[in-house]
Design a binder for this molecule. Structure first.
Ligand code: DGY
Length: 325
């Protein structure tokens, strides 16, 4: 029997690719950069399923170009704002994602950003390399401290809770804002507050919310104006949750202490972005989940979703289970 045809939009860890190649006739995009829109449309044509990354915008046009035989869209990410899930549901196409496996890696990385910004590690490294280190100084490169500080979590899902667990070890007070999270969290000692209280009381604000029309630019100039002057903002969620112009002004005018971004708007950030000229901003290239084991596990989960879909089985992780009703 002929194997199902699939397109994989980039090389992914072998743990996933091996599974796919065994079960499917796979067209795997080999280049470092993603396929262009035209290339994407060409390669999805006639496939039974495709595995995509957050770099691909998957809308109704892509689904229609694939054709009526398309049975699954598997995203190699937990976030799926790059996919028009409504359009997939309307066409009865299940969409898969990779929740849970990247929770710890992402929370670890958000903590690393918090510490690096608060304790000015990138600036300190530049200081050494630029020959400014002449002696030990009691006033040299002073920064904020996590221990005893208040951590404000925007979004209290899996990753938000993993942040709260880590914060216990740093003896931090944890507050969170999440319109969807109604359960109190006594074991995590995290208290639910409203958005304004979170902005006003947090020394560290870490974003763990999906990107939706409601969360786009939720951190805007008004939000920055309510933060403490020593506040550190960390974003490992999605770039557009923060208004980049408002961020630039808040950092430039030192209205907050600093920020650590693993995600930006746009991605990648162009080299002439004014944000890159700021000393109190640390930017990394969307690598919070880039632990070896985590990425292998993500590839495996995305492969399993893809294979289940093309075989006509229920996806192990489906974001639009309504398609099965
Ligand atoms: C995701 O999975 O949504 C991350 O942004 C990339 O790992």
């Amino acid at each position: 029997m002929a194997k199902p045809k699939v397109f994989v939009t980039r090389l992914i860890p072998e743990k996933g690719l091996d599974l796919i190649r065994e079960a499917c006739e796979a067209d795997v995009w080999q280049a470092e950069l993603p396929p262009t829109r035209a290339e994407l449309l060409r390669h999805v044509h006639g496939v039974d399923g495709f595995l995509c990354l957050l770099t691909e915008q998957i809308d109704g046009e892509v689904m229609d170009e694939a054709g009526p035989q398309l049975k699954v869209i598997s995203n190699h990410a937990v976030g799926f704002d790059n996919i028009d899930v409504g359009a997939a549901t309307a066409r009865k196409i299940p969409v898969g994602n990779t929740p849970e496996v990247l929770t710890d890696a992402t929370a670890d990385f958000a903590f690393a950003l918090m510490m690096a910004v608060a304790r000015r590690i990138p600036e300190a490294e530049r200081y050494v390399h630029e020959g400014k280190w002449k002696t030990w100084g009691p006033l040299t490169l002073l920064g904020g401290e996590l221990t005893g500080g208040t951590l404000g979590l925007i979004g209290f899902g899996r990753i938000g809770k993993a942040m709260a667990r880590r914060a216990l070890g740093f003896e931090m007070r944890v507050i969170y804002y999440d319109p969807g999270e109604t359960q109190p969290s006594p074991e995590l000692k995290a208290n639910r507050v409203d958005f304004e209280t979170l902005l006003a009381e947090s020394d560290f604000i870490s974003l763990h919310t999906p990107l939706t029309p409601d969360t786009r630019h939720m951190i805007d100039s008004e939000a920055f104006s309510k933060m403490k002057p020593n506040a550190v903002l960390v974003n490992t969620a999605r770039g557009p949750v923060v208004d980049p112009q408002a961020l630039y002004e808040a950092l430039k005018e030192k209205r907050i202490f600093g920020a650590g971004l693993d995600v930006t708007e746009p991605e990648p950030l162009p080299l002439d972005s004014p944000l890159l000229g700021l000393d109190n901003l640390l930017i990394t290239p969307h690598i919070a989940s880039a632990g070896r084991a985590t990425r292998a596990q993500m590839a495996w989960m995305a492969a399993r979703n893809l294979i289940a879909g093309v075989m006509g089985e229920r996806l192990p992780n489906c974001v639009n289970p309504q398609v099965y009703k």
